[in-house]
Design a protein around this ligand. Structure first.
Ligand code: 8X3
Length: 250
């Protein structure tokens, strides 16, 4: 049996880097794709994978990624994405919204389009899109991101319909509160205090490893088993707004 291969986008940090590590531990050769070449080079060296510098919103970069992967691919994890800003609709920044649609939706489409032939050629490919609970509900200040992640969800559903007669599964994972080094910090433009406030008093938000573990389970089910979608939250987050926060003393 040939070594199974996987592509993980946004592999330079957080859920992407953790997923690359988990898949490598399962025996996959992982193509670690991200804009930050130094980071993916380090990760690929650590896990015996291949680093590919790739901005998923660039068609040229994505074509180069597909060329590097070659004619056969088992798993594609469309993880690259993110939130920029948390303004109400009435004071939103149009450029932030464009960037969010660009990376969370268009980037996912470009990478998928480029790699679907290789996934089909494997005879049992899997596409795993990293969505969000923000793709299931609305919350104040979230519209640019929730609109984009609802986009991720709908594109996943559409793709599953369109590929129904192909040997490719389409899955989506929708994580809730995950504490990573960068997600909230990027959203709040480097404001550490605002980023920390997101997780204030939450004993155990999910970690990138928790999500990577679930992704690895989803993509390693038998080829006839399609996990359409999986919503994963920390126990402390019963719903988007229903979060158990423990007051700190002092
Ligand atoms: C991240 C989940 O709650 O910050 O995708 O929108 S949330």
């Amino acid at each position: 049996m040939p070594t199974r291969t996987a592509v993980v986008t946004g592999a330079s940090s957080g859920i992407g880097a953790a997923t690359a590590r988990h898949l490598a531990a399962e025996g996959f050769h992982v193509f670690c794709a991200a804009r930050r070449e130094d980071r993916v080079a380090e990760l690929a060296a650590e896990i015996g994978g291949t680093a590919v510098r790739c901005d998923v919103t660039s068609a040229a970069d994505v074509d180069a990624l597909a060329a590097r992967v070659g004619p056969r691919l088992d798993v594609l994890v469309n993880n690259a994405g993110g939130a920029f800003g948390a303004s109400p609709v009435t004071s939103a920044d149009a450029d932030d919204w464009r960037r969010m649609y660009e990376v969370n939706v268009i980037g996912l489409m470009l990478v998928t389009k480029a790699l679907v032939p290789a996934l089909i050629a494997s005879g049992a490919g899997v596409i795993l899109n990293v969505g969000s609970t923000a793709g299931r509900v609305a919350y104040e200040g979230g519209a640019g991101y929730t609109a984009a992640k609802h986009g991720t969800q709908v594109v996943s559903e559409t793709l599953r319909l369109e590929l129904f007669d192909q040997p490719v599964r389409v899955c989506e994972i929708a994580p809730g509160m995950v504490r990573t080094d960068e997600f909230a910090l990027i959203r709040f433009d480097g404001d550490q205090a605002k980023a920390d406030a997101v997780y204030d008093g939450v004993a155990e938000p999910l970690t990138a490893d928790d999500v990577a573990d679930a992704i690895t389970w989803m993509v390693t089910r038998p080829a006839h088993v399609n996990i359409d979608e999986l919503v994963i939250r920390p126990r402390a987050q019963a719903a988007q707004h229903k979060v158990h926060r423990v007051k700190q003393d002092g």
